[in-house]
Design a protein around this ligand. Structure first.
Ligand code: FCB
Length: 435
């Protein structure tokens, strides 16, 4: 069973929250995603302005109080506060500090992500994560951002889903920088780990009791397309050990290694051993893998509705049991876990609520087994810009009208608020019984 590791600051009691990221809410004209392929005018506008959060920050933060959540996960957009190499936009940074302070005043724990997929465009063409120079620039930005935020913020996430942006950016080529080069991908991942280690040490340089530092790790429930196929089973084993467990192993051992037959057999020390106060888990779906002996390039992957719950608007299979499986795997990290993202794109509120209910129940089953889980964040507070799909998928608890930018509560926001209220009342009652 998982070792119960102390109580990191900010995570002493269970956090019920919602999550967003700066670019998806605010857009930015200064980051690499604006250079990325743009589908249409609405897409272009959303990349520049997100869903108008900049002009509605306070109004949006007030929704958190309506929901009754304990925490809000948001990110700082690197390209806004460092618009050009060596520059610092104080006004932009002040805005993030203000968000954190407003949350603190409202009794809501700010959980801040320092890197959520986007790099400033001034880095593009010079360097990507495969170049150690990017890690150095990131550290310069992170040092200053943390200095500004540290009075109000106790929980930091250095990186959101390194496995996603490295795999999609350097293997699949579907996210910036749009490459297909495993060697660069390996170096990129190693540099992300090194940057995490440096930021971890920097945040803790004034004592460990002040803040908790983690990463948000995307985990997938991989299953063989056919139970009778040894090759499919083999592909699942490799995908699980690389995609799900690679990051966890690296934090355990301090060495990043990738061993994928025919592709790569490499390892390098990255200095992250034990530099993790909590592990964030982002879980959305189960994925099937099919390996054909004729295709050495890798398995085919797909979603399929095998249990009759249907697929979501992003085509993902709804599979609550997968959350249990990935949380058990995540517990091998030996540090407390926070579900930093879970959610679904559904216009139909009843379907969104069914997803929520089943996943929350799945998480509670794992908590009852004794796995140390300290929080749950729904993705997302409101509909926003989805990386590869633009404005179509509706992940929000609040529905956004993209013409007027009006935010509207939904049956799912009321359901989540009710769930949180009941759970908090139950936890308070059990705390006062044991006190
Ligand atoms: C995750 C991302 C998040 C959001 C959800 C749907 O992979 O971290 O920004 O796009 O998917």
């Amino acid at each position: 069973m998982q070792r119960r590791a102390g109580h990191p600051p900010g995570l002493r009691k269970f956090l019920w929250g919602v999550a967003t990221s700066a670019f998806q809410m605010e857009g930015s004209s200064r980051c690499d995603w604006t250079h990325w392929s743009v589908r249409d005018e609405a897409d272009r506008k959303a990349r520049l302005n997100g869903v108008g959060h900049l002009a509605r920050t306070e109004e949006d933060l007030a929704l958190l109080t309506d929901l009754g959540v304990d925490a809000y996960r948001f990110s700082v957009e690197w390209s806004r506060v460092v618009p050009r190499r060596g520059d610092w936009d104080r006004r932009e940074m002040d805005r993030y500090v203000r968000i954190a302070s407003l949350l603190r005043e409202a009794g809501i724990e700010p959980v801040v992500t320092l890197h959520h997929f986007t790099n400033p465009s001034w880095l593009v063409g010079r360097a990507g994560w495969e170049d150690p120079a990017t890690a150095e620039e990131f550290l310069r930005y992170a040092e200053r951002a943390v200095r500004c935020l540290r009075d109000a913020v106790r929980v930091f996430i250095t990186f959101n889903e390194p496995n996603v942006f490295v795999a999609a950016g350097y293997l699949g080529g579907v996210m910036p920088p749009g490459r297909r080069c495993a060697r660069d991908g390996f170096d990129a991942f190693a540099n992300v780990f090194r940057a995490h280690a440096a930021v971890y040490d920097m945040i803790h340089s004034r004592g460990r009791e002040r803040a908790a530092v983690g990463v948000a790790h995307n985990m997938v429930s991989f299953q063989p397309a056919s139970r009778n196929s040894a090759l499919d089973g083999w592909a699942v084993k490799i995908a699980h050990s690389f995609y799900n467990m690679g990051l966890i192993e690296t934090f355990r051992t301090g060495t990043f290694s990738v061993r994928v037959p025919f592709l790569m057999d490499e390892e390098t020390p990255v200095g992250v051993r034990d530099k993790l106060d909590f592990l964030g888990v982002n879980y959305y779906f189960r994925m099937f893998l099919r390996m054909s002996p004729l295709k050495l390039k890798g398995p085919e992957y797909f979603w399929e509705d095998r249990d009759g719950r249907g697929l979501t608007e992003t085509g993902w299979e709804i599979y609550p049991k997968g959350l249990e499986d990935v949380l058990r795997s995540a517990s091998l990290s030996g540090v407390p876990i926070v579900v930093t993202e879970n959610g679904t794109a559904e216009t139909d509120d009843a379907r969104k609520i069914a997803y929520m209910k089943e996943h929350l129940r799945a998480m509670h089953r794992v908590i009852r087994e004794g796995v140390d889980i300290r929080g749950y964040f729904w993705w997302s507070l409101m509909d926003n810009y989805e990386w590869l799909e633009g404005l179509r998928p509706r992940f929000g608890l609040y529905r956004v009208d993209f013409e007027t930018l009006e935010r509207r509560p939904t049956a799912a926001s009321s359901y989540f608020a009710r769930w949180v209220r009941r759970r908090k009342a139950r936890d308070d009652a059990s705390r006062s019984r044991t006190a």
